[in-house]
Design a protein around this ligand. Structure first.
Ligand code: NOJ
Length: 742
């Protein structure tokens, strides 16, 4: 197939000149066409979409992944339309393409930006082979509500961690050069505050004060933009009364005005027409007007732009210059992607799928994302040489589709290696594997399979229970109001416990679950999220000690759902509880005076602590922290302080640890969180090894947006902590002197 040579680009021809020259030749209808993205999964070219492509009415498509079909769409656009402008071809490449990586929330548990970048790079390479040039990822919404099904797609609750991982994912998808083979344009989504939907109900209302938007929800988007992300998608939700697709404050004032974003803003699926459903506009024409005025460049899947933009310009309601800005951004991206040079994907030179590198990365990511939450009496790792029989039990033990998780359009269950398969392979023929699924799926009731499972456990040295929720129970529009183990799984754990063997629970899920009902019933608890194609081998290696678990929670695990939202960087309140003030509901006398219990911020039935805190995760070795120091007791604004501590591996095996730095600004003109993550490092230590871990903290990194929305570092007293979890007690105080501007 011949590449189009109509628009040569190169160092001698700056993209901006090419964009403006092309724009000058476009009719109003062709400009509108560039602003329309069409779903291409409903038919085949040339019959489907062919006429619109020829007429220059389509700027982008999505959901076509068959190389010949994509090439044919490009061919019609390039060779049969008047201006020959190639197409953006989008797809939700969220956590892998054919090789499915762990869920983004799982990847976040690795606290390993390099690995997250690699997962994105491999996903991009595989997807580019299908003709895709744009992914709608990463999703970088701060997510503090595990009821929300899309928490699975997020990097968790923390501003700093999500920002670092947002940048890593963007650079992984986009590579060094967008035009190079294997690069995709990335999309930062969903701007802004989507994770704060009321009660975790997907698409529900979000109400977030501006100061919190700026301090919590915006920073990952700023980090993505600094990393060069080329596109951005607004949230489906309304934010403070204005749906994000028509939200001028977000899309024009902040994104373009303050941050200077010059990429493309694409709507979410049909979200322009939904402005009417929200009640912001009376009809589709008004929706198109609201969206284009707000700064939304490209309408995905709907037809409000297609039907109304031209007449809005002709009637004078919209200035054509507004469309020119939008179209310039779209054309710029197409030039950056090298599409004018070569819009086609050569079917004879497709990148490999599921190659050794992809599978090794998927395995490493699955291993580093698993979080060991409990390990009593060193039940893990399993001692392979001393085992005769292992019971592998539960609905997730051999469920290849389920371990892939949500948003895996292009992955295949046939490629997935399950824990059952991998344990059998790793343990070898000397160890008997007794398998009992016990339940048809995670939601099943107790049945005869339970007896089989108990028998398998009784006849084995250890019972490995693979529990959790299926892929379909999290993701978009899959929120839950209860977040315990579904079905009769808790009962299954109790029954298996009665067999009298050590019990190890491995939980695969798309969200934190409330696990208080099983922690006392199991000896070890390993939380594996949905670990992807290579989940089985990764988990087998962890269980048998080939590797030590090293994941850390990227989100707090509540005891019960009523604690939600519960996150480590909460505010202190005027009545912070201490352990001695907490009284349990069962211990309160019926006629006791109201003030007889500690009058502080806790729940009578849940206390104030989560089941497992943010940043927590155990290892097969023992890491000890001591001797925290600050390089100076006091620094001036504009200077850095070095916070360091000694970390030693006092256990029996080499292992990796994620060292975390937290800071509290003790007095602020608006109150500051009790702790904020400000740094982390993943380090490998041999047994007996001690290292000094140091973080340089500049005063700018302690800035926040205050009452007037300006970002300042306020001098005063700060407390810093270093440790392996957000509840570390190893702290030190330092001061910042100086005036209040930074
Ligand atoms: C709706 C989702 O909210 C968005 O994240 C996704 O990219 C689009 N659909 C396209 O599938």
């Amino acid at each position: 197939m011949n590449a189009s040579r109509a628009y040569p680009s190169g160092p001698s021809e700056p993209i901006e000149q090419l964009v403006q020259a092309l724009l000058a030749r476009m009719t109003l209808a062709e400009k509108v066409g560039q602003m329309c993205q069409r779903n291409a999964s409903e038919g085949h070219p040339p019959d489907y979409l062919g006429a619109d492509l020829r007429a220059g009415q389509v700027g982008a498509v999505l959901n076509v992944v068959e190389v010949d079909a994509v090439n044919e769409l490009q061919r019609i656009a390039v060779e049969e339309s008047r201006l020959g402008i190639p197409l953006l071809v989008g797809r939700d490449v969220i956590h892998g393409f054919r090789t499915v990586m762990p869920l983004p929330l799982g990847q976040a548990a690795s606290w390993n930006p390099g690995l997250v970048r690699e997962c994105a790079r491999i996903a991009a390479r595989e997807a580019a082979g299908a003709g895709i040039n744009w992914t709608f990822a990463p999703m970088i919404d701060i997510a503090r509500d595990p009821r929300w099904g899309r928490i699975a797609e997020s990097f968790g609750e923390d501003v700093f961690l999500a920002s670092r991982l947002a940048a890593a994912a963007v650079t992984g998808f986009q590579g060094e050069d967008l035009a190079a083979p294997g690069s995709l344009a990335a999309c930062a989504k969903h701007f802004a505050g989507y994770g704060a939907a009321e009660s975790g109900r997907d698409y529900a209302t979000t109400s977030i004060p501006e100061v919190e938007l700026r301090n919590v929800y915006f920073p990952p988007f700023q980090a993505a933009i600094e990393a060069g992300v080329r596109t951005l998608m607004p949230s489906f939700c309304e934010l403070n009364g204005v749906p994000c697709s028509g939200n001028e404050f977000l899309l024009r004032d902040v994104l373009r005005g303050e941050w200077g974003f010059d990429g493309v803003v694409v709507s979410d699926w049909d979200s322009v027409r939904q402005l009417k459903v929200h009640g912001l506009t009376a009809d589709d024409r008004a929706s198109a007007l609201a969206a284009v005025t707000a700064g939304l460049d490209l309408e995905m899947a709907g037809d409000a732009y297609r039907n109304h933009l031209a007449s809005l310009v002709e009637s004078g309601a919209v200035e054509e210059g507004l469309l020119d800005q939008a179209v310039a951004g779209i054309l710029r991206l197409k030039f950056e992607l090298g599409l004018f040079e070569n819009p086609y994907t050569d079917p004879a030179r497709l990148p490999p799928l599921l190659d050794d590198e992809a599978l090794a990365t998927a395995k490493q990511a699955a291993a580093q994302s698993a979080v060991l939450l409990q390990n009593r009496n060193g039940v893990l790792p399993l001692k392979a040489g001393r085992l005769q029989a292992v019971a592998v039990i539960g609905p997730l033990a051999d469920a290849p589709h389920e371990q892939l998780g949500t948003w895996t359009f292009d992955g295949s269950a046939a490629d997935a290696v399950t824990p059952r398969q991998a344990i059998e392979a790793l343990a070898g023929p000397e160890v008997q594997l007794r398998f009992a699924a016990a339940m048809a799926n995670s939601r099943s009731s107790a049945g005869p399979g339970f007896d089989e499972a108990v028998a398998a456990a009784r006849d084995s040295d250890v019972a490995l229970l693979f529990l959790g929720e299926e892929a379909i129970l999290s993701g978009e529009a899959h929120s839950r109001a209860e977040i315990g183990l579904p079905g009769a799984q808790e009962e299954l754990v109790r029954r298996v416990r009665e067999a009298g063997r050590p019990v190890v629970a491995v939980v695969m899920a798309g969200r934190p679950l409330t696990l208080a009902g099983i922690v006392d019933q199991v000896d070890a608890l390993l939380f594996a999220w949905h670990p992807g194609t290579m989940g089985g081998p990764a988990l087998a290696e962890l269980l048998f000690g080939v590797q030590s678990p090293s994941g850390k929670l990227p989100v707090t695990f509540p005891r019960m759902v009523g604690q939600v939202p519960i996150y480590y960087s909460q505010k202190n309140t005027g009545k912070p509880p201490t352990p001695d003030q907490v009284v349990h509901i069962d211990d309160i006398d019926t006629h006791a005076p109201q003030t007889s219990i500690g009058m502080t911020a806790f729940h009578l039935d849940a206390g104030y602590r989560p089941l497992f805190p943010f940043g927590f995760g155990l290892s097969y070795t023992e890491f000890h922290y001591r001797d925290i120091r600050a390089s100076a007791p006091e620094i001036a604004l504009g200077e850095s302080v070095r916070i360091s501590a000694e970390l030693s591996n006092q256990g029996p095996v080499a292992a990796e640890e994620v060292v975390q730095l937290y800071v509290r600004d003790l007095v602020g003109s608006i109150t500051r969180p009790v702790r904020e993550l400000k740094g982390f490092k993943r380090l490998r230590l041999a047994p007996g090894q001690t290292v000094t871990v140091a973080f340089d903290l500049h005063t700018d990194e302690l800035a926040f947006h205050g009452r007037d929305m300006r970002r300042v570092t306020e001098p005063g007293e700060f407390r810093a902590w270093i440790g392996g979890s957000s509840d570390t007690e190893l702290g030190i105080t330092f001061h910042i002197r100086g005036d209040t501007s930074s």
